[in-house]
Design a protein around this ligand. Structure first.
Ligand code: HEC
Ligand code: HEC
Length: 359
């Protein structure tokens, strides 16, 4: 009898210690390390000379949408954003390609604009766009006001004319009152149209994710795989060299070598703007917040699956010329942990109440 008890005890000790020293012990250690304040986290693998900041909680919008002084301006901006009468055909609004229920993207590889013209690039989300120092994949717009002119005038997007748009809007009676409330008089001018749209866009931010909850003290918000993914992201996978800070972007431009993948026309990216050789094929580092909701990805919408992206980073293209990209030697387990972490920084879009358009 006594002997049997001893054997049972021994067997259970073995089982318990196996489950602790196995995988789980790694997670236990990581959970301990990452439960400290971020300045005590394991050092990220970031190359010398790279300016970076630690990951962090989702920042709010610099615009306070509840301020009374802004209420009418934001209402006007939202209305314009959703109004297809801003386009030449009367059929396409900003929201056609930046749909709230698709996390403000269009879910397409590349956008269809005026009469189905295929756009050269993938439509990024407008969430958190207040954060970028330059707008568009190639940085050709200096701010959101400047940016708003482009799709309205673009032949492949809304095919309208910002110079004539005010006259068209004056023909819609309800707009006079909206401009009056927003600007103090009913005048409709290009700068006011762009200003209202830009103000509205500055209020569009993403939602807090599991990762934010974890940072704010809910230590179980990340499961073991997501936690290991966070660690891989910050260390072995070297993602922090570019996707760093609370927004997961360095606000810089890089050539990842994705520019020719299956794409006949070679997109020169930042080079088109600066005409400097070193900028050939560079694109803006996008935020990774909500990345699992904003596919297809990259400036050309080519990668079909998030794992394709990670696998490409694991063995970067020789076309890239980007010194920060190196072979990573990630195992399949690390690749799937990284994907789990990208899920943990993505939240489903909130239901958005669309405006009633004026008559
Ligand atoms: C036909 C689809 C389409 C329409 C309509 C459209 N966009 Fe876009 N939008 C895109 C595409 C594609 C890009 C990326 C283009 C590029 O980078 O060259 C983009 C880029 C942007 C960006 C830059 C985001 C970033 O991270 O740099 C903002 C902001 C934006 N659009 C706002 C608007 C606004 C405001 C309107 C309406 C006035 C609008 N869009 C209409 C497809 C569209
Ligand atoms: C050298 C800088 C750099 C590094 C390192 C880097 N990225 Fe990127 N990332 C970029 C740039 C630039 C783009 C946009 C490239 C393009 O459109 O051609 C991008 C795009 C992405 C996208 C697509 C996002 C979207 O909205 O389209 C994902 C996902 C992504 N990166 C994940 C990662 C992960 C995971 C790592 C680590 C394994 C990583 N990146 C490492 C610079 C970098």
């Amino acid at each position: 009898m006594h002997k049997w008890r001893l054997i049972i005890l021994l067997v259970s000790v073995v089982i318990v210690s196996v489950s602790f020293t196995g995988n789980d012990q790694v997670a236990v250690n990581l959970r301990r390390a990452y439960s400290q304040s971020p300045d005590k986290w394991p050092k990220p693998f970031v190359d010398a000379g790279v300016e970076w900041t630690e990951l962090g909680v989702l920042p709010g919008s610099p615009l306070q949408p509840h301020l009374d002084s802004l209420k009418h301006l934001l209402e006007l901006g939202k209305t314009l954003f959703f109004d297809p009468r801003l386009s030449g055909s009367g059929k396409i609004s900003c929201a056609t390609c930046h749909q709230p229920e698709l996390s403000w993207t269009d879910g397409k590889e590349r956008s269809f604009g005026h009469e189905g013209t295929i756009n050269k690039r993938n439509a990024p989300t407008i969430q958190n766009s207040w954060f970028y120092k330059k707008l568009f994949w190639d940085g050709r717009a200096k701010d959101l006001e400047d940016q708003a002119f482009a799709p309205i005038n673009s032949e492949s997007e809304m095919h309208s004319d910002m110079r004539e748009l005010p006259r068209n809007l004056r023909g819609i009676k309800g707009y006079a009152a909206l401009f009056d409330s927003a600007y103090g008089d009913p005048g409709i001018y290009p700068d006011r149209i762009a200003g209202a749209i830009a103000a509205f866009e500055r209020t569009i931010i993403s939602r807090k994710t599991k990762f934010d909850n974890f940072l704010e003290g809910k230590k179980k918000a990340l499961n073991n795989d997501e936690l290991k993914g966070l660690h891989v992201f910050r260390t072995k996978a070297r993602c922090m060299n570019c996707h760093n800070g609370p927004m997961f972007s360095d606000n810089q431009f890089h050539n990842n070598g994705f520019h020719k993948n299956g794409n006949a026309d070679n997109d020169r990216g930042l080079y088109n703007v600066t005409h400097r050789d070193e900028d050939m094929g560079k694109f803006k580092t996008p935020s990774l917040r909500d990345v699992m909701k904003t596919g297809p990805w990259m400036h050309n919408g080519i990668p079909a699956h998030i794992l394709d992206i990670i696998i490409t980073y694991n063995k970067p293209s020789e076309r890239s010329h980007e010194k920060l990209l190196k072979p990573l030697y990630l195992t399949n387990t690390e690749i799937s942990e990284l994907a789990a972490f990208l899920n943990a920084i993505s939240a489903a879009p909130l239901e958005f109440k669309k405006p009633v358009l004026p008559e």
